[in-house]
Design a protein around this ligand. Structure first.
Ligand SMILES: [Zn+2]
Length: 253
């Protein structure tokens, strides 16, 4: 495993433990279905963990070495890296929207949305198929924009930390969250994306920066409350084994 991936893994672990403990000491919404969903989330994460070093990292590295063009000098250094983070986040916003709209992609993404409440572990609840599809399609973006591998790994690290933060169930000072939400996706924004109401599920797609929903008109006006029903309006959560095989079976939606 390369050094950057090791750093990402350690940062992710520390963040996950911190929020996992904090949200049990000071929860914002009631903690429900703890045991079953924690087993599912941990199991899905375990199935995704080897995908990163065995698939995501190699194909991203490959794509970054086959850039279509040479970047100009101004697109380098710290501001070049910042521009890459914004562009990759823009890409993920549209990728996420696509996962909601294209039925084949939704089969995999709905595994994430079947969680019936949210906490830090929801951030690692993804089907390995979604991770592989997302990384494969992103290769085209990396090649097209000549994105360096270091930018991709840094983006993935920040995106993973952001995911833990925005899924977390920690009660935060309202004013703090309001100010942070001007720039970044907070739990108050992302929990609405997991609201059972279909119109809300198909809104608030942002990943790190919170402005894309405002720019493209997908920000929901619904306000998060502790009683907000989480999950999908047409189905319930299922066991870990069923979650893994579900995308390959007959479609419900
Ligand atoms: Zn989604």
């Amino acid at each position: 495993m390369d050094q950057q991936s090791v750093f990402k893994f350690i940062a992710l672990g520390i963040f996950l433990v911190f929020f996992f403990v904090a949200e049990r000491l000071r929860p914002s919404a009631p903690l429900i279905h703890e045991r079953g969903r924690l087993i599912s989330n941990a199991g899905l994460w375990a199935s995704v963990l080897p995908i990163s070093p065995l698939f995501v990292v190699p194909i991203s590295l490959w794509a970054s070495q086959y850039a279509l063009w040479q970047r100009p000098d101004w697109w380098s250094g710290g501001h070049g890296l910042l521009l890459d983070l914004v562009l990759l986040d823009f890409w993920i916003y549209w990728m996420h929207r696509t996962f909601h709209v294209v039925p084949f992609f939704w089969r995999f993404h709905e595994i994430h949305h079947r969680d019936e409440t949210l906490d830090a572990t929801s951030a690692v609840r993804f089907h390995f198929g979604e991770v592989m599809i997302s990384a494969s399609v992103r290769c085209g973006f990396i090649i097209l924009l000549a994105v360096p591998f270091s930018s991709v790994i840094l983006f993935e690290t920040i995106a993973a930390l952001s995911a833990i933060f925005q899924h977390s169930n920690v009660k935060m000072p309202r004013q703090f969250e309001r100010i942070v939400s001007w720039f970044l996706v907070t739990p108050s924004i992302h929990w609405i994306h997991h609201h059972q109401r279909r119109e809300d599920t198909d809104s608030n797609y942002c990943n790190i920066f919170s402005w894309w929903d405002l720019v493209f008109g997908t920000r929901s006006k619904t306000v998060r409350t502790p009683e907000l029903p989480i999950g999908l309006d047409y189905t319930r959560d299922i066991s870990l084994l069923q979650l893994i095989v579900k995308p390959f079976r007959k479609r419900e939606r």
